[in-house]
Design a protein around this ligand. Structure first.
Ligand SMILES: NC(=O)c1ccc[n+]([C@@H]2O[C@H](COP(=O)([O-])OP(=O)(O)OC[C@H]3O[C@@H](n4cnc5c(N)ncnc54)[C@H](O)[C@@H]3O)[C@@H](O)[C@H]2O)c1
Length: 363
């Protein structure tokens, strides 16, 4: 299940760091890590986020690395103002991570999910074409592939896009649109199909199954596992994902590229790893799966990421869970997040005020 992180040292990416990068959804779980990584490459970085699930506190590390109040814009990727922002600032690369990121939420409201994930992506792609953006790096998902056939794991990018739930469908439609913009308007894009991304959860907002299990164990609660727990996913650490996005920004457009580990891990195995890391014996509580038709097995072939981006995952599952637990402990015992600095209605794209940013957690 866990393995030595690697076999071959990838060759460095071809291109130089882009001068200007706009990150939509930059205040979210993955986005905040991406922004922090990008700032180390000397790119000028701006964030566009509506703060629906993202939080300014998630950008604390990026602020320490030089992101300022005037680099962070509150706005909705579905609006004309978002498109205008791209036209005015003219970034070399747009990293489009803003999206409705929850599968349960997509099931509850397919309309909202499609609105944000499809219309938001079309609006950003359209603005990239009109604004002469060199490259659009987009957050797709393993959910675009649907249920793999019995002998097809790990899935390559040539697997049909046959999503079986609203979230996967909206993500797959986004990829189809990017490909249409490429053919029709010459848009260069890389759509990264992330596996299940885990790591220290954001200050507020959703949490991966890894965080949910470890948090329950830290609380002394009995964790709940849906179904028999033998369903598998390809778990990839958020730091590896951020590194992949940075690589994608420095490389030519590569179309759809899987970003994962190539390994499937069952929820039961994941739970065993979490128990070992935490040194506890508790059995999990199994409840009937609320969606028994959910994809049963998943693992993504990552050879294209290696050849096109020079990227492979470096953090094994045991190490990744250990890092997640360490961060959870640090937050519980060494740090308390302040109240969210951003709330209220979302308007056009405007920089956050310095007084809002002054409410960052202390470095
Ligand atoms: N976390 C995963 O396992 C995973 C897996 C595959 C794909 N993805 C995709 O990666 C991207 C980032 O996911 P995440 O886990 O960081 O989720 P997240 O919810 O933490 O981040 C999404 C960010 O987008 C912002 N946002 C949402 N709607 C917006 C809108 N209309 N306009 C502007 N900003 C908006 C949110 O405020 C948030 O900051 C999403 O597109 C998600 O679908 C995530």
């Amino acid at each position: 299940m866990d393995d030595p992180s690697t076999v071959v040292t990838p060759s460095p990416p071809q291109g130089a760091a882009p001068r200007r990068v706009l990150v939509t959804g930059g205040a979210g779980f993955i986005g905040s890590h991406v922004v922090s990584h990008l700032l180390l490459t000397c790119s000028q970085v701006r964030v566009l986020d509506d703060f629906s699930t993202g939080r300014i506190e998630n950008l604390a590390e990026a602020m320490r690395r030089g992101l300022t109040a005037s680099d962070v814009f509150r706005g909705d990727v579905r609006t004309a103002q978002a498109a205008e922002m791209i036209g005015r600032w003219r970034p070399d690369v747009v990293v489009h991570l803003a999206g409705q990121s929850s599968l349960p939420a997509a099931r509850r409201s397919p309309l909202f999910d499609a609105d944000v994930n499809i219309l938001g992506t079309v609006n950003i792609a359209d603005a990239c074409v009109r604004g002469g953006v060199r490259l659009l790096v987009h957050a797709a998902s393993s959910a675009v592939y649907g249920e793999p056939g019995p002998d097809s794991l790990p899935l390559g990018e040539d697997h049909p896009l046959a999503a079986t739930n609203p979230y996967g469908i909206s993500k797959a439609v986004g990829v189809h649109y990017l490909d249409w913009y490429r053919r029709e308007h010459g848009l260069t894009y890389t759509a990264l199909a992330f596996g299940n991304v885990y790591g220290p959860p954001p200050v507020h907002g959703g949490a991966s199954v890894v965080a949910l299990l470890t948090e329950a164990l830290l609380d002394g609660r009995l964790p709940t596992i849906h179904g028999d727990g033998e369903q598998t996913r390809d778990f990839v650490h958020v730091v590896d994902v951020a590194a992949a996005v940075v690589r994608a920004c420095q490389c030519p457009g590569a179309g759809l590229v899987n970003i994962a580990t190539g390994r499937q891990t069952s929820i039961n195995d994941l739970y065993r790893v979490a128990r070992t890391v935490l040194g506890v014996e508790a059995e999990a509580h199994h409840v009937p799966h609320p969606h028994p038709l959910e994809v049963r097995r998943m693992a993504l072939d990552t050879s294209k990421a290696m050849t096109h981006l020079g990227w492979h995952s470096t953090i094994g599952l045991t190490e990744g869970v250990r890092l997640t637990v360490e961060e959870a402990r640090r937050r519980r015992f060494g740090y308390t997040a302040p109240e969210a600095a951003t709330s209220g209605a979302v308007g056009g794209c405007r920089p956050l005020t310095s007084c809002q940013l002054a409410r960052q957690p202390p470095p």
